[in-house]
Design a protein around this ligand. Sequence first.
Ligand code: SF4
Length: 418
Amino acid sequence: MTGVYSLLPGGQPGLLVSPVFGAEPCHGAEDLARYLAAGGYAPLSPLDRLADRIAAVGLRGRGGAGFPTAVKLHAVRDAPGRPVVVANGEEGEPGSVKDRWLLRHRPHLILDGLRLTAAMTSALRGVVYLSDALAEQAVRRALAERPAGLPVDVVRTEHTYVAGEETAVVRRIDGGPALPTAKPPRAFEAGVGGAPTLVSNVETLARIAVIHACPDAAAAVAGAHLVTLSGPAGAAAALVEVPAGTHLKVLADLVGHGRAAAVLLGGLFGGLYGAGWTDLRLDHDRLKAAGGALGCGALHFLHPEECPVAVAAEAAAYLAAQSARQCGVCVSGTGALARTLTAAAHGGAAHDTTDKLRRWSGQLPGRGACGLLDAAARIVATLLAHFPDRIDAHRGAACPACDGERPEDGRRFTVPVP
Ligand code: SF4
């Protein structure tokens, strides 16, 4: 069963409900009348001090890096040239559905956030960047009925792990392939058409629109996260909105995975966490201090009978297959990690497998043009940190948990969009 709990009225304990994020369940895309009635598309006056409010409440980007939104806004606003603002709705993490859900169901909220962002940076052009066909339909309908204002183009891309990376977004909008490029320059320095460009995740834009419409709720809105929760194939999944700092155990219990043996953090980006995961909280800084990463906020819980080596092998194989094959170190590095883990999961671990994996996972981070290589290395490093004996348990034979049927193409992590 897949459920959307967060945007329902007041029901779930601990869940944030805000008037613009939805006072009642959303079935299908919102329409303009409903959005206007909720306070949407209100004029931005100088007295609004929206940018100051965003800085004061510490809103951070929801695409994965968690970068402070106010810093990005100022960098683009202050760069020479006329900026471009981009609503980035391409979510490459297979275990995350929040961005496509927002685009399909709350297109006006995102377009309003884009309008406000353009006003704060003096941009004259906006782009909605996405790959999902239903999301595109919803956005085009909303564009046709919204109040006149910022010219906005819709740019469709392919759905890949790296297509939503900032430099890939710029490259695709400029007519090239959706592949990352080396940095610098960053998009805020030279982005779409060479102009300073603010590439903003669609959830970030949605939160900007809510903060504008409901200034009294700004701190709560900035602190909340849309989180995709999933578990083993066929198990419950959910999209929930919860305050920062929520215990992961509370989230696991929501979908019946409270007895999970481990959790995969941030989609495939934040690594595996084993014993003690119930003490973790949904918080960028705390998860980083614990050796993981919140990333896009997707959490995948492992059943006690699932083997973390098999799960890590599937994640590494998925990332290796998704490598854009531009950086030699990424092609060889993700390939070696995936092959070695897959061999181990099939009972082919050698006496030096753990040492090799440890060495590679320490040497590879930071050497690719995007975060894919880092994600693969982090999965391996955290597997070894949290399950130090499990690779050796696969010498000569697969462990009992690996012996069953196991998909190896990433399907394990894929969540359907509700
Ligand atoms: S690190 Fe890998 S996925 Fe990223 S740009 Fe380089 S080759 Fe492509």
